[in-house]
Each structure stands twice: as C-alpha cells, then as structure tokens.
Write a protein that binds this ligand. Structure first.
Ligand SMILES: Cc1ncc(COP(=O)(O)O)c(C=O)c1O
Length: 387
C-alpha cells in the first residue's frame, strides 16, 4: 500500500471508520460501468438500457440487504447528501407539522449541519449517557408533537449502537406523526439493520464505508413517505434526486453490498480483533465510550492520559500505523470532539483521544503489530516527557 522512500516498515491502516479501500470486485464493477455500460440510464437505446440495468441490479442488492423494496432506494452522492435529502426533504414536506426536530448531541456533522440549516426550526439535541446511549423514552417525549426525529444508528467516533427498535416503538407509542430518519452510514454491514421493522421512515447509507467507491450513497425511503427533492432538474429517480445517475459509483456500491452479504462472519471477526487490540493496549490506554457489548464491532476509541492526541497520532504515523483523532470530516477543526464531551469526558481526556477502526480486511497480524507499536510509542513519548 502506498509506500514511499523512508516510510516505516509497518503498514497498518486502522482508520476504516473514515473510509475503506475498495475491493477488487468493486473496482471491476466500476470499470465495467465506465467502459462497457457507459450509456445514460435515461436513454431508450440499448446502451441506456444496459446502464439502467446496472443501476437496477445495485438497487436490488441494497433493497435486499435492508429487507426493503427496490423502489424505496434513492441513489445520492454519499452519506452527507442522504442525510441532507432526508432532513431537508422531510422538513419541507412537513412544515405544517410544527417546526421542531429532535436529535442527539453526538450526531455526525452532516446530520447536525442539515438540521441546523432548517430555517426557523427548533432543534432539540438530547443528551446521551457515558456510553453514548440516548434513552428511548426521552426521544419519544421530545418527539411528541415534533415534525422530525433524526438519529445516527452507530456513532462514528465511539461506535455506540443506539437501540433503534426501542426508540422507534417509543416514538410511535406517544405520537405516530413524527418522521423518523436514521443515519446508518456506520452501521450498514456492521450491525443488524432493519429500518422497516423498527418504524424508521428514511435511512442514509454510504458506499465508501463498506469497501465501495467514494461519492456514492443511498437513501432508503419507506413507501408512502413524502419528502421534497433538494435538487431541481430532471425526472431521474422519480424526480426525488434529479441528475444523471453516477452509474459507475452505483455499480461499485452494488458490488460492495453483494460482497457484504457473502461474508456474514465479518462483524464477529472484527469484534474479536478489536478486543485483541484492546487487550494489547489496555496497559497504556483508557477505553472511551460504550462497553464492547454495546458497541459496533469496528470502532475502538481510547485516550492515553497526559499525551495529546496529535502527538500520539504523529508517533504512530512514524511507526506505520494510521488512525485518527475522531471524525475525518472535522479533522481540520481545532475544537475538541463534541461527541466525547457529550459523553461527559473531561476536556483533557478528550484531547488525548484517538479512534482505531477496523474493516473486514483487517488481519490478526496487523492488529498485533499495531498493538505493539502503540505500546512502544506511548513508552517512548512518556520517556521524552519525563526527560
Ligand atoms: C455517521 C456518518 N454519517 C455520515 C457520513 C458522511 O458520509 P459521506 O462521507 O459518504 O458523505 C459519515 C462519514 O464519515 C459518517 O460516519
């Protein structure tokens, strides 16, 4: 992988919550769509029909993975657009239902940003506990009389899995009217996802977190749910998301989803490797966020008391281990993580926190090498500080 002269011997990528490498089958599907099935899916000739078929195959793969119908899948440019389409589109369709939306304090910037962009709306950001969990009853009480609830399934920084089935049931018990949007970008392929059964109305997905291409995602929209388009133009995708479909990206997304289905053991494998990594680094680190049983299998967030995250990240980079201090989307902002602060962590611990994230390609050898490198780096930095 990407070696340059003078690079360290190790090469361990543990930033898979930021993005994952595309699998070879995905790259082939993308290339095939670019070169062979290159038509415009709206065209009526056979090139158009072939491209439309590629889009249809991907739509079916995604619908199958969600236990949904293909007509309920809208392709977008990624998780960010899916969250914006859902929040903006549902809000525009429900303006008369009361301009209040409910979310949690630990959401991804693309969800919080879409909510904050709603002009004249009250946005209720519910607190979470030390594990990152929001109480279903609290969501339901805040949602009663509101137009919209928008919650992430798996938190991208600490891996907390929200109890969506309980949240959906609690909301509906108090008030059947609010629309319920879920950001499933970090959960798809990692934990069971059954939006239809859980009373969810719209659900955002992104291809590049599951070894698909970047710049392509989907929004599942429950049949019968009305939302207004956020882009204006042609009639593609029922007018809900106009613009010529990104056929290569969509074909790659479909291939990635089919490969997910072919590896059902992956979440268990990732969870075991994450615990192996934790066992290796626990003498020098403190675990942040949820206990392992309440966390998605691919994320481990820790802090090393007294060591600023950027110093540790730099030392790890020098040793050939890539990870991050949190959300890649906010990595250029100096403020401490809003997620870790909302979990009640002291600011000093937040500033010493790093996120290690695995994929289903991560191996035990890589985990052992990364674990040893982290322990060694912390020891070396501590000796430097003491001098
Ligand atoms: C929870 C969550 N939602 C949304 C997104 C945005 O997805 P995309 O990068 O496809 O725009 C991300 C990506 O980091 C994410 O982790």
């Amino acid at each position: 992988m990407l070696k340059r002269k003078g690079d360290p011997a190790l090469d361990v990528y543990l930033d898979n919550a930021a993005t994952t490498p595309a699998l070879p089958e995905v790259a082939s599907a993308v290339a095939d769509a670019l070169v062979r099935r290159f038509g415009n899916p709206s065209s009526l000739h056979r090139w158009g029909i072939a491209a439309d078929a590629a889009v249809g195959e991907a739509r079916r793969a995604i619908a199958d993975a969600l236990g949904a119908g293909p007509d309920e899948v809208v392709f977008t440019s990624g998780g960010t657009e899916s969250n914006n389409l859902a929040v903006g589109g549902l809000a525009a369709a429900r303006r008369r239902a009361g301009r209040r939306a409910v979310t949690t304090a630990i959401e991804h910037s693309s969800l919080l940003g879409a909510l904050d962009a709603l002009d004249g709306w009250e946005i209720v950001r519910l607190p979470v506990d030390g594990a990152g969990l929001v109480a279903p009853q609290a969501v339901a009480e805040a949602a009663a009389g509101a137009a919209l609830v928008a919650i992430g399934h798996v938190n991208n920084e600490v891996g907390t899995v929200q109890p969506l089935a309980a949240i959906g049931a609690a909301i509906r018990r108090l008030d059947p009217r609010p629309a319920f949007h879920v950001d499933a970008v970090q959960s798809f392929g990692k934990v069971p996802l059954r939006p239809r059964e859980w009373g969810v109305d719209t659900c955002a997905l992104s291809a590049h977190k599951i070894h698909g291409p970047k710049g392509v995602g989907a929004l599942w929209v429950r049949r019968g749910i009305r939302l207004l388009p956020q882009l204006h133009g042609g009639d593609q995708q029922g007018g809900l998301r106009p613009g010529t479909e990104n056929v290569p990206g969509i074909a790659g997304f479909g291939a990635a989803v089919r490969l997910l289905a072919a590896d059902p053991e992956a979440p268990g494998r990732m969870a075991a490797l994450r615990e192996r990594l934790w066992a290796a680094i626990s003498p020098v680190a403190v675990r942040n966020g949820p206990p392992p049983e309440a966390a998605a299998p691919h994320i481990l967030n820790v802090h090393v008391p007294g060591l600023p995250a950027e110093v540790l990240l730099h030392a790890l980079e020098e040793r050939g281990v890539a990870c991050s201090a949190g959300s890649a989307c906010l990595s250029r902002r100096p403020e401490p993580s809003h997620v870790l602060l909302a979990l009640g962590m002291p600011e000093a611990a937040v500033k010493s926190s790093i996120r290690l994230s695995l994929s289903r390609l991560t191996t035990a050898e890589e985990i052992d090498a990364a674990g040893a490198a982290i322990v060694e780096a912390v020891g070396a930095l501590r000796r430097l500080v003491r001098r």
